[in-house]
Design a protein around this ligand. Structure first.
Ligand SMILES: [Zn+2]
Length: 386
């Protein structure tokens, strides 16, 4: 499980000479060593080509040794990384950092001065830890997970709930009230447990499971903070097997991610067209980033744009404004980049912005009208009057 702070740490990996390799590789159980070797070779060749375009020279010979080390490392350790691996390395230091990735990772290899964090950022942003609570009138089963890694967290049971034989001399109505008290106490206890878990950052999103009327009653006793995290309800039995819980939960989460992104694009559209708390288009976003204004970045997964980056102040832009100097610091230390998008995503992330990568076709069309990229802003900059 990777967190935002893990990512902040990885984002500090920088290499002045531009020799930092960021590698993403999906791993499949039934793939053999030869297949990986071919995939790796292709990736590393593409990293070399990219490097040549960007820096005008071939990758230094020291990369050959590094590539061989990586090949051996993946051959021997693939099993530990599940369905994919993210790997950062330099010829000097060897393999610096590795993380496991879900199978949905796209293979890529980039050699640059900064790490390519875009796929990891995407993972952290889209798939925050979630909690499933299956509730009944006398039991609760709580599971926590991230993506498809779901595990049992705790079980709570009210073992004192009275059965029919306990009615004794009580009147029917009094006995029913007595049971309701038990149910209420049980709900309260579970609600408190969920509240403590939230305070402990065990989850970001909550999904409730169980019969509708039970869930409705339980919802009422949830703390407001917990209620705010609720994203859906699934009809699951207490004894549901974990695979069923997972697949139901992932449906709810995917739907929620989709809705959130749709709302975000609409907001960027209205705010940027009103020239208020939003911008759209590459130039607008880059300027906002340079001012530290970006609160939330939204970008089409397919957008690729070349541009320049100033190695002196780090500013990125589509083209140099005047001549061959940085439009912000006037440094001549600029170089061309074949694709500025990963750099934009990393910079926005380092500034603490939320990142949403769009891969839903309908949403991509909507975002295309805004130039494929946009942002909500933290603050507005008054237009300078001419
Ligand atoms: Zn500059």
């Amino acid at each position: 499980m990777i967190t935002r702070s893990d990512l902040q740490e990885i984002s500090q990996l920088e290499n002045d000479q531009g020799h930092l390799l960021s590698l993403y590789l999906p791993l499949f159980q039934d793939t053999n060593d030869t297949d990986y070797n071919i995939e790796l070779k292709n990736l590393l060749r593409s990293a070399d080509q990219r490097f040549q375009q960007q820096f005008g020279s071939e990758l230094p010979a020291s990369f050959e040794g590094l590539f061989e080390d990586i090949r051996v490392f993946i051959r021997d350790n693939a099993g530990k990384y599940g369905r994919g691996i993210a790997l950062f390395a330099t010829p000097d230091k060897g393999i610096i950092e590795t993380r496991s990735m879900p199978s949905s990772v796209e293979p890529s290899a980039i050699v640059d001065s900064r790490p390519n964090l875009a796929p990891l950022i995407r993972l952290v942003e889209d798939y925050t830890p979630y909690c499933v609570c299956i509730i009944s009138r006398d039991q609760a089963r709580i599971l926590t997970g991230i993506l498809d890694e779901l595990e049992e967290h705790s079980q709570l049971e009210d073992d004192e709930v009275p059965g029919q034989h306990d009615q004794g001399g009580w009147s029917q109505s009094r006995f029913e009230r007595h049971i309701e008290d038990h149910v209420h106490r049980h709900f309260k206890r579970v609600a408190q447990h969920l509240f403590e878990m939230l305070e402990n950052n065990d989850y970001q999103h909550l999904i409730l499971g169980g019969p509708e009327e039970v869930v409705a009653g339980f919802r009422d006793v949830l703390h407001q903070y917990v209620k705010d995290r609720l994203i859906g309800h699934v009809r699951l039995l207490m004894e549901a097997n974990i695979n069923d819980v997972r697949s139901h939960a992932l449906d709810v989460i995917e739907e929620q991610v989709k809705l959130r992104k749709r709302d975000l694009i609409q907001k960027v559209e209205s705010e940027s067209l009103a020239k208020d708390m939003g911008v759209h288009g590459l130039t607008g976003v880059m300027e906002a980033l340079q001012r530290g204004q970006v609160l939330s970045l939204v970008v089409d997964h397919h957008v690729r744009t070349s541009g320049i980056v100033c190695t002196s102040c780090g500013a990125m832009s589509v083209t140099p404004a005047q001549g061959e100097t940085c439009p912000y610091c006037q440094s001549a230390e600029i170089r061309e980049m074949t694709n500025v998008i990963p750099g934009i995503i990393t910079t926005a992330f380092q500034q603490g912005a939320a990142i949403s990568v769009i891969d839903d076709e309908e949403q991509q069309e909507q975002l295309a009208k805004l130039g494929g990229i946009g942002a909500l802003l933290r603050f507005r900059v008054e237009e300078q009057s001419a």
